[in-house]
Design a protein around this ligand. Structure first.
Ligand SMILES: [Zn+2]
Length: 454
């Protein structure tokens, strides 16, 4: 498949016709001149349905045109044929919980947020097979500018969905880390005004942090939460909340929250009727277990930082910083108990039919973008989900949470051609999702080796 990296990418069109319109519309090859057929792979389409052997997936322009088997889907004459035999084809992965504009090293510094670093982070996700991310709560102007460029047709890195700046209490979590990038309205009226500002930015969602860090920080007041949810509803913007307690989660659901980050961690005694309600409403939870595990992961497993992909994808200073910080980390018994409880609740919610999504909190302190998305998938397996359930979490449920299921998240005709071709079976081991042979974004093969990662 070496030739894939030599293919022209959008913006590098070679035909005279394309060059003549490049000034107006970017360089988008016409659909008919740009048909690809991936032939012979085992298809795992993201719906959770049985894998399809000897599959054919036809891509025209930026979209999937046809999906089936070699027996029932004709390969269009003149299409570029890609041999998928011995490989596994999946939808591109979706990370629902990221923070952009960081080094991935320890700490979260406002000064790190530059357009260049946001682009670097998006490239890091793409390098690890994540074709879309939801940046949730700490976005500044550069992220919106990048999203606009992408929507204008210049999509060359992971697709960005952004929630702008999220809401917390005055002085509430995570303002101790991120400062005033977290909105801290003093009154419900101020919160409503700020939702209107976010609506004007056409955010893809709204973030609220609802967590008092075990009594150590102020928590946003119910009246402010209700004002945000009410105002967001008027603008039809989905609201996703960082939660810790079951009571807060129930209050948020009662008032129309569309999704959750982290898992209920104050109790395992959850009313089955509430779990059924979450299932019926199809409200996704993104457990983000890896954020908890990072409290001790590298002190116990410093060798994980020797991963060749870490050296390839991240700045040496960021990796050295994580290594240094890990020396002092132990992970208290209480923190480990909360982690185990979050895993048990993940299992309980998943078994009850609540949609579980994949989110890494990548870009927060020592949380390496993209690499930790894969660690999160391993932790969902440890929680008791099956590999197929975790693949659905990382694909279909990602699109569900983004309210984009009609456009992406599964390999079905008419959807965006965001694809991942791996060389070993992820149903045997989800770590095989890192054995990436090729990634397709918006119908274009990604030049993985050429991505600017530092
Ligand atoms: Zn986060």
């Amino acid at each position: 498949m070496k030739r894939l990296s030599l293919l022209p990418r959008s913006g590098l069109c070679l035909s005279g016709l394309c060059l003549s319109i490049v000034w107006l519309a970017g360089c988008k090859p016409s659909e008919e001149s740009n048909v690809k057929a991936i032939v012979g792979a085992v298809l795992i389409d993201g719906t959770g349905g049985a894998p399809v052997t000897d599959s054919v997936v036809v891509v025209a322009g930026s979209k999937i045109r046809a999906v089936g088997t070699r027996a029932n889907v004709p390969i269009p004459a003149g299409s570029e044929k890609i041999d998928g035999r011995g490989k596994f084809l999946l939808p591109g992965l979706i990370d629902l919980h990221v923070h952009l504009g960081t080094t991935g090293g320890p700490g979260f510094r406002a000064a790190d947020y530059t357009r260049g670093r946001v682009e670097t982070n998006l490239n890091q996700y793409l390098y690890f097979g994540i074709t879309s991310v939801r940046s949730i709560g700490t976005e500044r102007d550069a992220g919106f500018a990048i999203r606009k460029d992408q929507r204008d047709g210049n999509l060359s890195t992971a697709r960005l969905f952004t929630c702008g700046r999220g809401f917390t209490a005055p002085g509430g979590h995570p303002s101790q880390e991120v400062g005033d990038i977290a909105r801290q309205p003093a009154t419900p009226e101020e919160a409503r005004t700020q939702v209107t500002e976010l609506a004007a930015q056409q955010v893809d969602g709204i973030k609220i942090w609802v967590d008092d860090l075990g009594g150590k920080a102020p928590k946003i007041k119910p009246a402010a939460i209700e004002a945000i949810l009410d105002e967001a509803r008027k603008h039809t913007i989905p609201v996703t909340a960082h939660i810790h307690s079951l009571a807060d989660t129930m209050h948020l659901v009662q008032n129309g929250a569309a999704g959750f980050l982290h898992m209920v961690r104050d109790t395992e005694n959850v009313d089955p009727a509430f779990i059924s309600r979450l299932r019926d409403l199809q409200v996704p939870f993104t457990p983000t277990l890896v954020r908890q595990e990072l409290g001790w992961l590298y002190s116990e497993h410093p060798e994980r930082l020797d991963d060749p992909d870490a050296a390839r994808a991240f700045e040496p200073a960021a990796l050295a910083g994580i290594r240094e910080e890990a020396k002092a980390q132990r992970g208290s018994a209480a923190a480990r108990e909360l982690f185990d409880r979050a895993k048990r609740n993940t299992r309980q919610f998943a078994a009850g039919g609540v949609p579980i999504g994949v989110g890494s909190d990548g870009g927060s302190s020592s949380d390496l973008p993209g690499l930790m998305t894969h660690r999160e998938m391993e932790l969902l397996i440890e929680s008791g989900m099956s590999p197929m359930e975790v693949i659905v979490a990382a694909t279909r449920t990602g699109a569900l949470a983004l309210k984009k299921l009609g456009e992406m998240g599964t390999i079905e005709a008419g959807k965006k051609a965001d694809l991942l071709l791996v060389t070993a079976n992820p149903l045997e081991d989800v770590r095989n999702l890192r054995k990436i042979h090729a990634t397709m974004l918006d119908g274009q093969w990604v030049d993985r080796a050429g991505l600017k990662l530092k």
